[in-house]
Design a protein around this ligand. Structure first.
Ligand code: SF4
Length: 308
């Protein structure tokens, strides 16, 4: 169990603190693009994707421009190496465990062979995991193996409205499988999804509190260009959360979060040029300051209102 607070005495357990406890030094996530696909984009489940996602799928697209994982690694790791940081390979875009198990086996082997790699994190969907894939990821010879799984909301109605293509029970099954194999799971949650009040985030927190989750990322819902949500927004069918509502929701979510869950993010970063709304999402520094001020004003510490 990592220590609750670092020298800065944050009001929640940060990823920096957890990494320092694990590696004995600072760590750096190196975002890599493996050219993965997504069943909610390639027609297996749908071609439209999740309502809030555009065709870029949070990706850099580097792989398809000829940069393999090793080339990306060599290009991106020198600054962290100079600082003496532990290096964590992070496949963020699309669904990196999608497809045959043999593809994942090759991917994990390639990642584990990267020079000085100390950890591997794979972003994916819970319906792209099974016992075989979990087992081969669990065998990766690195100190840190983490799955980043989009849940977004614990409400099946919200998930259906967002064309997510799986339900909350699917997420729970994957979380249990991963935990049983010794793999950490980070849950991604969004506040302000269509048809859901800010309080929906609190219901999602209660849901993950009951699961063997090790980390969480809180995201404000972004309307990004090219997404279904952008079309809904343009037609007047969707209104983003007000900044104050998001700040209050995240602060309360931290208050109710199980104390051992690492809070890895508390906002979503728009890709430059893609943000349609809300405009306040572009002011990351101001947003983080507002959340910190709210935590201070209400004297909130992670888990202070957690009820098992
Ligand atoms: S958000 Fe993820 S799961 Fe949904 S369509 Fe985009 S890449 Fe696929």
């Amino acid at each position: 169990m990592p220590p609750r607070h670092n020298a800065m005495d944050p009001r929640y357990l940060t990823l920096a603190t957890a990494f320092r406890a694990l590696f004995g030094r600072r760590a750096k996530k190196i975002p890599l693009d493996a050219g993965s696909s997504c069943p909610n984009r390639d027609g297996t489940l749908s071609r439209g994707g999740c309502l809030f996602c555009n065709t870029v799928g949070s990706g850099t697209g580097l792989y398809h421009t000829g940069f393999g994982l090793r080339a990306q690694w060599d290009r991106l790791t020198p600054p962290a190496r100079r600082r003496g940081e532990a290096l964590v390979a992070y496949l963020q875009s699309f669904s990196n465990t999608y497809g045959p198990a043999a593809r994942l086996a090759a991917l994990v082997a390639e990642l584990a062979a990267l020079p000085e790699v100390a950890g591997i994190r794979l972003g994916t969907r819970s319906d792209c995991l099974d016992a075989e894939k979990i087992a081969l990821f669990a065998a990766a010879p690195v100190a840190h193996r983490q799955l980043e799984l989009g849940l977004q909301s614990a409400s099946d109605a919200t998930l259906a409205r967002c064309n997510r293509g799986h339900d909350a029970a699917c997420f729970a099954r994957a979380a249990h499988l991963a935990a049983a194999a010794g793999i950490g799971v980070t849950a991604h949650l969004m506040a302000g999804l269509p048809g859901e009040e800010a309080s929906g985030l609190l219901a999602s927190v209660a849901f993950i509190n009951a699961l063997p989750i090790t980390g969480v990322k809180f995201h404000n819902t972004l309307v990004v260009a090219g997404s279904g949500l952008a079309a809904l927004y343009a037609s007047g069918g969707y209104a983003p959360l007000a900044r104050e509502a998001y700040v209050a929701a995240v602060a309360e979510a931290i208050a109710r979060l199980r104390p051992d869950i690492v809070v890895e993010r508390i906002n979503a970063d728009p890709v430059p040029g893609e943000l349609v709304a809300p405009a306040w999402a572009a002011d990351k520094r101001g947003l983080l300051a507002d959340i910190a001020a709210r935590l201070d004003a209400l004297d909130i510490r992670q888990g202070c209102r957690f009820r098992p």
